[in-house]
Design a binder for this molecule. Structure first.
Ligand code: COA
Length: 403
């Protein structure tokens, strides 16, 4: 069922507009950027919008539509839904429901959607981006890059942060989903769907709360792909903020922690660690054993990396010296890369180190072996899981091994 959302071939934008500051206008323009399917602007005030025929209601399109994105004020949403029964899924961008205590309106909307046999994403969300098809119901400034990470977030605003970071780090997404108040579709639904989605290698969840803990646990336990979760709203102050954000009861953190452990969900302790883990799980091969080899051209970072090792077994530490050239790195990767082990490579710029060329050698090593890197004061090429510090690189490798 959710395939009709993720693989939508037709999208209606209710509340589409030509006023470029209105969210309905931005969503329509975003969708037109790359989406090749049918696009149907809906607004009784226009006959045409950006050279597309505009319809007074979704039902006036007169055929089944995979997704109707709704960007009209909350009180208008029931009326809009009544005339959108031909949409298989609805994405409700509008806020003004449970998060402001308007439960009555929230349940009225859900009842209509149930009658229409529709699944609801949101309300109070920015919906979904699927970079591969150009599907974009959001009002974010850019479409994410294509890749193998599915990001499901209870914060829509966090979407911008994820986008910025991913462009900088060259991480790509199979999907980005903002779940909002989760009046219908919940984390469990997405875990079940994405587990079978061939484009997704790893899932990352930014969670304030889940509606049905038991379903979440079941779905996460059955899931064969790694799930990385970052729980927000852990403290009393955080819980109060969550309540006003998405109307969610953030619940006891201990219960979530227990559930994560039971279902082998990999828990990130911070936003920074969430990003670190996403990068590692997206790019690095899974270690087959506990053996770690560290190769460095500087004793300081190499030693810091060694100090950070907790659960892996450091079987070889190779300091190539400050005068190591790319050839020396290449030979070392050839020699030590024969063994079944994971690798941490730390690189600092020196007069003789062509860090770009070394980066490409690291990339080659990473194709054969689980490899993390720390390029300090220089940058790693696209596709290499490089971290600002060797400690962070080691931590990711250890989590990968345990997953
Ligand atoms: N069918 C189709 N279009 C309709 C309509 C209907 N029944 N009723 C109104 N519209 C049109 C309006 O005419 C308007 O377009 P126009 O002025 O160009 O004709 C458009 O829909 C938008 O309505 P408007 O009243 O101007 O609302 P708005 O754009 O100021 O705000 C929301 C709408 C949804 C953006 C706003 O209510 C909201 O909820 N904002 C918060 C969104 C948010 O933050 N979400 C969570 C993110 S994490």
């Amino acid at each position: 069922m959710l395939a009709s959302l993720f693989k939508a071939k037709s999208v209606a934008v209710v509340g589409a507009s030509n006023v470029d500051t209105k969210i309905g206008c931005i969503i329509l323009r975003n969708l037109m950027r790359a989406f090749k399917g049918g696009i149907y602007p809906i607004n009784p005030n226009y006959d045409e919008l950006f050279n597309l025929k505009c319809y007074p209601t979704a039902s006036a399109v007169n055929k089944l539509i995979d997704v109707a994105v709704i960007a009209v004020p909350a009180e208008v949403v029931p009326k809009v839904l009544e005339s959108a029964a031909n949409a298989k899924n609805v994405v409700i961008i509008s806020s003004g429901f449970s998060e402001v205590g308007n439960e009555k309106l929230a349940s009225q909307v859900l009842d209509i959607a149930k009658k229409n046999k529709q699944r609801v994403l949101g309300p109070n969300c920015i919906g979904i981006q699927v970079p591969k098809t150009g599907l974009d119901t959001t009002f974010l400034p850019e479409l994410a890059s294509q890749g193998n990470v599915a990001f499901v977030s209870q914060s829509g605003g966090f979407g911008s942060a994820i986008l910025n970071w991913s462009k900088k780090e060259n991480i790509g997404f199979s999907a980005f989903v903002s779940v909002g108040n989760m009046s219908d579709l919940d984390f469990a639904d997405f875990i079940e769907y994405l587990n079978k989605d061939v484009s997704t290698k790893v899932m990352a969840l930014y969670i304030e709360s889940v509606n049905d803990g038991r379903r979440f646990l079941e779905a996460a336990k059955k899931c064969k792909k790694p799930i990385i979760a970052f729980k927000i709203g852990k403290t009393e102050e955080g819980k109060k903020a969550a309540l006003t954000h998405t109307g969610s009861m953030a619940g006891s953190y201990g219960v979530y922690k227990g559930a994560f452990r039971q279902a082998s969900v990999i828990e990130a302790e911070s936003t920074e660690e969430l990003f670190d883990l996403v990068k590692g799980f997206s790019l690095v091969k899974k270690p087959k054993n506990n053996k770690l080899v560290i190769i460095t051209n500087s004793g300081g970072p190499g030693t810091a990396g060694s100090d950070a090792v907790q659960s892996l077994d450091l079987v070889k530490y190779v300091d190539l010296g400050g005068d190591a050239t790319v050839e020396v790195f290449r030979d070392a990767f050839k020699t030590y890369g024969r063994q079944e082990a994971s690798f941490l490579v730390t690189v600092v710029p020196t007069a003789v180190a062509d860090t770009k060329a070394i980066g490409l050698e690291v990339k080659e090593l990473a194709k054969r072996k689980p490899t993390v890197a720390s390029f300090l004061g220089c940058s790693a090429p696209e596709g290499v899981a490089s971290y600002e510090t060797p400690e962070r690189a080691v931590r990711v490798l250890e989590r990968l091994r345990k997953a």
